[in-house]
Design a protein around this ligand. Structure first.
Ligand SMILES: [Zn+2]
Length: 197
């Protein structure tokens, strides 16, 4: 476990070109500093895999041009296969039920299991616009960061408790946009539900 912190200690995490991490109305968030067109890749990132425990990690992160020691906790990660995945500074992106971006898995050449993703703009973004994403599309149980959403969208889900807690018909509606990891968990749940008792 110390290896994870040692890995973080050796690095400074800066947002990709054209993007800044900044404090706004909803705490820290990612914002664009140049124009991005709908469909454009905002950035591509790897995931870290960390143990599924309550330990607080620290990372040196560029926040609006100043280096800060940021705490990385459960709420910044996605639980999967007995571990947790996160990336920095993507883990500081805020949720919206009508998001301005989405994650698209990059499937490896050897293995079907993706280890990186593209963050793609869903709308045209002008300098100063916030990059948001829908947590429900990549987080099965939102363990560590369940909350009541205040995004104000007509499509707001209200309580954000992960894709797994959504009604089946809503899951079906969103199913084209979910990540590999959520699809894997969804399919295993459906298999278990369909199995005769
Ligand atoms: Zn909402």
């Amino acid at each position: 476990m110390d290896d994870v912190q040692a890995l973080l200690d050796g690095r400074v995490f800066r947002p990709p070109a054209g993007i800044v991490l900044r404090r706004g109305d909803f705490g820290l968030g990612l914002y664009v500093t140049r124009r991005f067109a709908a469909g454009e890749i905002l950035y591509t990132s790897d995931w870290f895999t960390v143990p599924d425990d309550d330990r607080t990690l620290h990372a040196c992160v560029d926040v609006d041009g100043c280096l800060e020691d940021m705490k990385i906790t459960r709420r910044h990660s996605v639980r999967s296969l007995g571990a947790r995945m996160l990336d920095i500074p993507g883990c500081f992106m805020n949720h919206s039920c009508e998001p301005t971006s989405c994650s698209m898995d990059v499937v490896g050449e050897v293995d079907d299991e993706p280890t990186r993703y593209h963050q793609v703009a869903l709308v045209d973004l002008e300098p100063g616009d916030q990059i948001t994403c829908d947590y429900l599309l990549f987080d099965w149980d939102c363990d560590g960061h369940r909350f009541t959403c205040a995004c104000g969208s007509e499509r707001c889900h209200g309580e954000i408790h992960g894709f797994g807690s959504l009604p089946r018909e809503v899951q079906e509606q969103l199913s084209n946009d979910i990540t590999w990891d959520v699809r894997r968990q969804w399919e295993s749940t459906r298999l278990a539900a369909d199995r005769p008792a």
